[in-house]
Design a protein around this ligand. Structure first.
Ligand code: SF4
Ligand code: SF4
Length: 386
């Protein structure tokens, strides 16, 4: 397992965590085998948004003696309404559910403001005693960090700009990234399943930039688009994606530390963890995107199909930082420069092997030169002077 720092929380989380949503209403033995399997692979991040008492108790029981080995995302405002999930911002109700989590788990690592997708929900959280309650919980040490979950990039940016959140859980997959956020991707196919791919949604690009700038780490939900990207009938692409391709796409987005697929059996955990040993070819998602009509000519999608570079340059990472910098060249986030400076690699020899391999026609040598100019150079990655 690989571990990444989750933004300014400073916590090292497994690149694949476990969303426990799908073990809800399942027998204890199934919850236990799923958690056991995940921990054996080194998973140390669990998402527990389900408000039901039983699934929480089963999760706590399965973790008995191992609580310290994992970090838990627990959600403020997730409630149970006749055995379905609901949202509440009413303090006595929120307290009742959250204090139940504390009783079971002792403390919560990431106290999440649950699903803020609209202005109205934003106001109900930030212009109310709700946010005061959450901050008090942090001061008391009952939660260690404040995060939030959202599907809406505009609202997510608004929350990040409050400065309260250190991390967020956000829905990320190629289909969601490439449409305006207020459109539902699976409703936008023509008869041939074309016309969806208009380039990265600028609002989402802006959100990723803000996350880098403010060191807000991302954990990912909807990695498989609710399973639709894996399905031949429902995929918006000409063929379904694989688990590894979806995971790799999410993990190659800026600021992403971990994906949290929802597994409900040990078998599903094993299937998911094939990513850890998958070859670069198995993880490569470019074929899916490039064979479908799209607007990506010249735009990097961070897929690393251009590797290997004889100079050891992580071209996708350079382009990722460059794209974020291009959004606002005059106000480069300092940590963006330091991320760039920390990259390994030697001088670009201008061989252009990468450009031949790139399916999207990116002018990589020019990008490396532009990155050098914008970030003031890197002792390792330099551009061959002409
Ligand atoms: S330059 Fe091309 S091949 Fe390399 S990461 Fe970007 S899109 Fe992929
Ligand atoms: S042109 Fe530069 S970045 Fe591309 S493969 Fe050659 S050395 Fe690497």
């Amino acid at each position: 397992m690989e571990y990444r720092e989750l933004g300014k929380t400073g916590k090292l989380v497994s690149i694949i965590g476990l969303g426990l949503e799908h073990v809800d209403f399942k027998p204890y033995a199934q919850v236990e085998e799923t958690i056991d399997a995940a921990l054996e692979y080194g998973v140390n991040l669990l998402d527990v948004f389900m408000p039901g008492t039983e699934v929480r108790e089963y999760t706590a029981k399965a973790l008995k003696g191992r609580r310290e080995k994992v970090m838990i995302q627990g959600h403020f405002g997730s409630i149970d309404v006749n055995k379905t999930y609901g949202i509440s911002r009413d303090i006595p109700t929120v307290k009742k559910y959250f204090e139940e989590m504390l009783r079971l788990f002792g403390y919560i690592d990431f106290g999440m403001l649950f699903l803020i997708d609209t202005e109205d929900e934003y106001n109900k959280v930030f212009d109310s005693p709700f946010i005061d309650y959450v901050q008090q919980m942090k001061q008391k040490g009952d939660i260690h960090h404040i995060g939030f979950s959202s599907h809406n990039p505009e609202i997510a940016m608004k929350i990040i700009n409050t400065g309260v959140a250190e991390m967020m859980m956000f829905s990320i997959n190629p289909a969601f990234d490439m449409l305006p956020f207020d459109e539902f991707v699976f409703d936008h196919q023509d008869d041939l399943g074309r016309e969806l791919f208009r380039g990265l949604d600028p609002k989402r690009a802006e959100l990723y930039k803000l996350c880098i700038k403010n060191q807000v780490g991302i954990t990912v939900m909807k990695t498989y688009g609710g399973g639709k990207l894996l399905s031949p009938e429902h995929s918006p692409y000409s063929m379904p994606m694989t688990h590894s391709q979806c995971i790799h796409y999410a993990l190659t987005r800026p600021a992403v530390a971990s994906v949290l697929p929802g597994c409900k059996t040990a078998k599903e955990v094993h299937e998911t963890m094939k990513y850890l040993t998958a070859s670069e070819t198995d993880k490569d998602y470019t074929r899916i995107i490039s064979e479908t009509p799209n607007d990506f000519k010249g735009s990097c999608v961070y897929c690393s199909h251009c590797q290997p570079c004889p100079s050891g340059i992580d071209i996708a990472a350079v382009n990722k930082y460059l794209d974020i910098a291009r959004l606002d060249r005059d106000n480069l986030p300092p940590n963006l420069r330091s991320h760039y400076q920390a990259l390994d690699g030697e001088e670009c020899i201008g061989c252009k092997g990468c450009e031949v391999r790139c399916p999207f026609g990116v002018s990589i040598v020019e990008c490396i030169a532009e990155a050098k100019e914008l970030f003031g150079g890197n002792k390792n990655i330099t551009h061959k002077e002409s």
